[in-house]
Write a protein that binds this ligand. Structure first.
Ligand code: SDX
Length: 439
C-alpha cells in the first residue's frame, strides 16, 4: 500500500511529514498526532470543522450529496424496508440480523424494558413541571446506581448487558417522565407489543383503558426512530465518546450525551421548530420570519434549517416530509396549519439567495415535530424521543471506542491568549493598583 504523506512548511522551511490514511468512503485524513511533539505547534480547529476525532465503521455521511448510510445501508432503504430493532442490531453488531438473531434480539430488548421500582422515587423528587430532558439526564446517569452487574467496561458481557438495558429502558424512562408531568400513574411496559407500540402504550394508556393506535402510526413512530438512530460524530455522540474515554461507566456517558443533545442547536431544535412555527402563526408571516433569519443583528435562526455536514437536503428530512403527509392524512389532519407554514417556509427559503449561497436546507428536525404533534406527543417530549432513538447510536459508538486499541483519554489543548505571568497583590493594595493601571 503506498504510504502517502503531507508536508507542513513553517516559515518557509519544511517542518514535518505527516502520514495520510485513506477512508473506505469519503475524505482521507492527515495524521497530525506528532505535530506538537515535532514542531511545538498545536493545530487549531474550533468546532472541529476539519477534524476527524476517531476512526469509525458505523455511519457514513456525504454532506454534499445528501447521503446517510448505517453500516453501508442507505437510510431511505432502512426507513422503508427495515424496523428499529433490526437497525439497532445493525448498528451494534455490524449486520442486519437473520430471523433467529432478530427473534433473540427482540426478546432480549423486550425483557429489559422494565426499570428498577426504586427509580420512581427519583422522579418524585422533581417538580411536576420539570422539563422531561432534565429528568432523563438524571434518570439515565443514575442507572449505574441500580445495575452494578453491567458497569465493568472492560468485560464484554457487561458491555453487552448495559447496551441492551439502555436501549430497552429509554422508552420506559421517557414515558414515566411524561406521565409524571401530567399526574397520571406510570404504565408498565407490555411484552406483547413492539418497541414503538410499547412506547406509545406507556405514554397514552392508563390503568383504566388500553391505548388503541393504528398500525400506520406505529410504523411512522418506528420509522422516526430509525431516522434518528445514529449520525457519525455529532455533538452528543462526541460527548459520549469523550466521557467514555475517561473510563466513565456507560450509563454516565449516555447521560452526558442526553445533556448535549438537549441544546437547541442540536437535538433541541425539533422542539424549537414547533415553537417557531407556532410563533409565526400564519403563512402570511413567513416572509417576516425569513427576514429575521437573514438579519445579522438578529440572533434568530430558522430552526430545523442548516447543518454542519449536509450542504444538501438532509436525506432524513426528505423521508420525514413524506411521512408527515402520511401521518396527517391517516389522522385526518391534512389541513394542519403548521405544515402549511413549514412548507411555505421551505419553499421561500430554498429560493432565497441567503439560504442558497450558504447551502442551508431543512434538516432532520424540520418536519419531525409536526409528526409528533399530530400523534399527540407533547412538545417537551420531542427531544426525549430523539434521545430514545439516538441511544443505540451512542452505545454503538461508545462500544467501538472502548474496543479500539488506539483509544486514549480525550484531552484537547488550546490557543492561550490570557494574561502573562503577574505578581500577587495583597487585597489591601489592590484598590491602589487598579487606580494606577486605570490612570
Ligand atoms: C442536529 O451534527 C449532526 O449530525 C446533528 C444532527 C444529528 O443527527 O445528530 O444532524 C441533529 O442537530 C440537526 C441540526 C439542528 N439544529 C438546528 O436546526 C438549529 C438551526 N441551525 C443552525 O443553528 C446551524 O445551521 C447549525 C448549528 C445546525 C450548524 O451550524 P454551523 O455548521 O456551525 O454553521 P454556522 O453557524 O457557521 O452557519 C454558517 C452560516 C452563518 O452565516 P454567515 O456567518 O456565513 O453569514 O449560515 C448561517 C449562519 O448565520 N446559518 C443560518 C442558519 N444556520 C446557519 N442562518 C439562519 N438560520 C439558520 N438555521
Amino acid at each position: 500500500m503506498t504510504h502517502r504523506t503531507a508536508t507542513l512548511t513553517i516559515d518557509g522551511k519544511p517542518s514535518i511529514e505527516m502520514p495520510i490514511y485513506d477512508a473506505s468512503e469519503g475524505p482521507s485524513v492527515i495524521d497530525i498526532s506528532k505535530l506538537y511533539g515535532q514542531t511545538g505547534y498545536f493545530s487549531y480547529d474550533p468546532g472541529f470543522l476539519s477534524t476527524a476525532s476517531c476512526e469509525s465503521k458505523i455511519t457514513y455521511i456525504d454532506g454534499d450529496k445528501g447521503i446517510l448510510r448505517y453500516r453501508g445501508y442507505d437510510i431511505a432503504d432502512l426507513a422503508e424496508k427495515s424496523n428499529f430493532l433490526e437497525v439497532c442490531h445493525l448498528l451494534l453488531y455490524g449486520e442486519l440480523p437473520d430471523q433467529k438473531e432478530r427473534d433473540q434480539f427482540e426478546h432480549d430488548i423486550t425483557y429489559h424494558t422494565m426499570v428498577h421500582e426504586q427509580l420512581q422515587f427519583l422522579y418524585r423528587g422533581f417538580p411536576r413541571r420539570a422539563h422531561p430532558m432534565a429528568i432523563m439526564v438524571g434518570a439515565v446517569a443514575s442507572l449505574s446506581a441500580f445495575y452494578h452487574d453491567s458497569l465493568n467496561i472492560y468485560d464484554e458481557k457487561q458491555r453487552e448487558l448495559s447496551a441492551l438495558r439502555m436501549i430497552a429502558k429509554m422508552p420506559t424512562l421517557a414515558a414515566m417522565a411524561y406521565k409524571y408531568s401530567i399526574g397520571q400513574p406510570f404504565i408498565y411496559p407490555n411484552n406483547e407489543l413492539s418497541f414503538a407500540e410499547n412506547f406509545l402504550h406507556m405514554m397514552f394508556a392508563t390503568p383504566c383503558e388500553k391505548y388503541k393506535v393504528s398500525p400506520k402510526i406505529v410504523s411512522a413512530m418506528d420509522k422516526l426512530l430509525i431516522l434518528h438512530a445514529d449520525h457519525e460524530q455529532n455533538a452528543s455522540t462526541s460527548t459520549v465518546r469523550l466521557a467514555g474515554s475517561s473510563g466513565a461507566n456507560p450509563f454516565a456517558c449516555i447521560g452526558a450525551g442526553i445533556a448535549s443533545l438537549w441544546g437547541p442547536a442540536h437535538g433541541g431544535a425539533n422542539e424549537a421548530v414547533i415553537s417557531m412555527l407556532e410563533e409565526i402563526g400564519d403563512v402570511s408571516k413567513v416572509s417576516e420570519c425569513i427576514k429575521r433569519a437573514k438579519d445579522k443583528n438578529d440572533p434568530f435562526r430558522l430552526m430545523g434549517f442548516g447543518h454542519r455536514v449536509y450542504k444538501n437536503y438532509d436525506p432524513r428530512a426528505s423521508v420525514l416530509k413524506e411521512s408527515c403527509h402520511e401521518v396527517l392524512d391517516e389522522l385526518g389532519m391534512h389541513n394542519e396549519p403548521l405544515l402549511k407554514i413549514a412548507l411555505e417556509l421551505e419553499r421561500i427559503a430554498l429560493e432565497d439567495d441567503y439560504f442558497v449561497q450558504r447551502k442551508l436546507y431543512p434538516n432532520v428536525d424540520f418536519y419531525s415535530g409536526i409528526i409528533y404533534r399530530a400523534m399527540g406527543i407533547p412538545t417537551q417530549i420531542y427531544t426525549v424521543l430523539f434521545a430514545i432513538a439516538r441511544t443505540v447510536g451512542w452505545v454503538a459508538q461508545w462500544r467501538e471506542m472502548i474496543e479500539d486499541p488506539q483509544t486514549k483519554i480525550g484531552r484537547p489543548r488550546q490557543l492561550f491568549t490570557g494574561s502573562a505571568s503577574r505578581e500577587f497583590v495583597p487585597v489591601e493594595k489592590r484598590g491602589a493598583a487598579k487606580a494606577r493601571s486605570a490612570a
